[in-house]
Design a protein around this ligand. Structure first.
Ligand code: G1P
Ligand code: ZN
Length: 543
């Protein structure tokens, strides 16, 4: 095996964001760009000698080429073994499971999640550590440091590896194992859930539409829902992964999965509608006539998880990202278990899960998961809902209403202002940050501020502190507005404004969400002078 050492120069912009390094695909295709980043990961993690890595991605444009390069760089860095999904395909949760199951040293996950794919769209690379979870902040900053001083990378020269068949190949000292991307994941799901009960549910005529959005969950959903659980053929739609996701946004929310939501609100709606994103870690749940917000889904799943075999012994705790609504906190409170509020991004759940402090985690951005892997897991959430529906003789809408009657309801919506000029976005955030101390007691659009702060998190396991994780404004009367800039965008800045209004258990749960949030929205706009800064008042996306 010939190994070349290629001289290179640092790229200035290789700082990992909320979830790995995400850029336009063409940026990754520039000479040395991917190579530098991958070599920097080896440099920041003590090299590759003798190590084993999992490699796979969501099948988007450039996935296949990137995997071949990573295999060659891993070989040149002395790796002993790589485990690669057949055709380069692995959903993010399946990759996390393989990393853990095979006790590997980590993995390279190629995806830009829910961002569109294609030569003019987005690509991403994420490194997960040996616990199966996204590299924590300390490691991502070491990786970024390594990208700034890189002078060369090592790459082996050999023919591309055929990844089209399950089996084992060798190149020099490197063993390349190509695996069925679904098999081990399916086996894990079988351990967690009552598959017999779900099978019986489908056999009894329960209907479902799962929209794989032309992305990675297609093969998983076909095998699990239609294959193993006996759901009728046609339950899974858009089930063949495409490099450009059928030119759509593979983002399971009411905007990008509108056809599914429309179906669920129509007379011909099946009992359950669900969708997942580009790399299979997000999920959307819709009942007949009932959209379930991700924050509510987390709370309902936590409150009913004991109905699934894996969680029948109870949960140790529940974690949610700060912008996620407080619905799950009240479930934790009633169960008498810990509730944790972390910064945005799954990487912050890793320590809590590893330490056994929490069993279930979730984010408002359609992410839910548990201690079974160290990533959020779209199909896991769908299967847990199915398990609950199979055990409770109720519809999604009934379960949701009952939940609100027991715990109260959090009206919730996220408003995204996209492609904002970065200077304008920073000016808004800086000005708001400077005003924080003066806000309590003042009124905005008729609402009085109770408290305001810049969210800072001290990890209870390793003591690390992450500051500036978003601005929280609490209003009297149970409302909250959160402001933060996206860390996953690839163009300009995206300002996210998260709006929440609590309605007690005996309150009115039948209002229109945007109506119920109007007062908070108006106060939120006024408190940050949104129109003056951005020159507009309407968001691009409202979820
Ligand atoms: C977004 C979501 C966040 C999620 C991340 C990766 O990050 O808001 O919850 O963990 O994508 O899927 P953001 O763009 O807000 O930084
Ligand atoms: Zn994703």
């Amino acid at each position: 095996m010939t190994v070349s050492t290629v001289a290179t120069q640092p790229f200035e912009d290789q700082e990992p964001g909320t979830s790995g390094l995400r850029k336009k695909t063409r940026a990754f295709m520039q000479p040395n760009y991917l190579e530098n980043f991958v070599q920097a990961i080896f440099n920041a993690t003590g090299g590759g000698a003798g190590k084993t890595f999992v490699i796979g991605g969501d099948g988007r444009y450039f996935n296949a080429e990137a995997i071949q390069k990573i295999i060659k760089i891993a070989a040149a860095n002395g790796a002993a073994r790589v485990i690669v999904g057949k055709d380069g395909i692995l959903s993010t949760p399946a990759a996390s499971h393989l990393i853990r199951k095979n006790k590997t040293d980590g993995g390279f996950i190629l995806s830009a999640s829910h961002n569109p794919g294609g030569i003019d769209e987005d690509f991403g690379v994420k490194f997960n550590a040996s616990n199966g979870g996204p590299a924590p902040e300390g490691l991502t900053s070491r990786m970024f440091d390594a990208t700034k001083v890189i002078e060369s990378y090592a790459i082996a020269e050999f023919e591309d590896v055929d990844l089209g068949h399950v089996g084992t190949a060798g190149r020099g000292d490197l063993v390349i194992e190509t695996v069925d991307p679904v098999k081990d994941y399916l086996a894990l799901m079988e351990q967690l859930f009552d598959f017999d009960a779900i099978h019986a549910l489908f056999a009894g005529g329960f209907t479902m539409c799962f929209d794989a959005m032309h992305a990675v969950t297609g093969p998983y959903a076909h095998a699990i829902l239609e294959g193993r659980l006996g759901a009728p053929k046609g339950t899974v739609i858009n089930g063949v992964p495409r490099v450009d996701f059928g030119r759509g946004h593979p983002d399971p929310n009411p905007i990008w999965a509108k056809p599914l939501v429309d179906l669920m609100m129509s007379d011909s709606a099946p009992d359950l509608g669900a969708a997942s994103d580009g790399d299979g870690d997000r999920n959307m749940i819709v009942g007949r006539g009932a959209y379930v917000t991700p924050s509510d889904s987390l709370a309902v799943l936590a409150a009913n998880a004991h109905l699934a075999p894996a969680y029948s012994g109870g949960l140790t705790g529940i974690a949610r990202s700060m912008p996620t609504s407080g619905a799950s906190d009240r479930v934790a409170d009633r169960l008498g278990i810990g509730a944790y509020e972390t910064p945005t991004g799954w990487k912050f759940f890793g320590n809590l899960l590893d330490a056994g402090k929490v069993t279930i985690c979730g984010e408002e951005s359609a992410g839910t998961g548990s201690s079974h892997v160290r990533e959020k897991d779209g199909l896991w959430a769908v299967l847990l809902w199915l398990n609950i529906l199979a055990k409770r003789d109720s519809s999604v809408a009934e379960i949701l209403k009952e939940h609100w009657r027991a715990y109260g309801r959090d009206y919730y919506s996220r408003h995204d202002f996209e492609a904002v000029e970065p200077d304008r976005a920073s000016a808004l955030v800086d000005e708001l940050t400077r005003s924080l101390a003066d806000l309590p007691g003042r009124e905005f659009a008729g609402l009085r501020v109770r408290a305001a702060d810049q969210f800072s998190y001290r990890d209870p396991v390793d003591g690390s502190v992450s500051s500036n994780q978003g601005i929280r404004i609490f209003f009297e009367g149970g409302g909250r507005a959160v402001f933060r800039l996206s860390g996953t965008g690839t163009q300009g800045a995206t300002l996210r404004v998260y709006l929440e209004q609590f309605e007690p258990a005996d309150g009115d749960h039948e209002q229109d969400t945007q109506e119920a949030l109007k007062a908070i929205r108006n106060a939120a706009h006024e408190v940050c002078s949104l129109e003056a800064h951005l020159g507009r008042t309407e968001p691009d996306v409202r979820t």
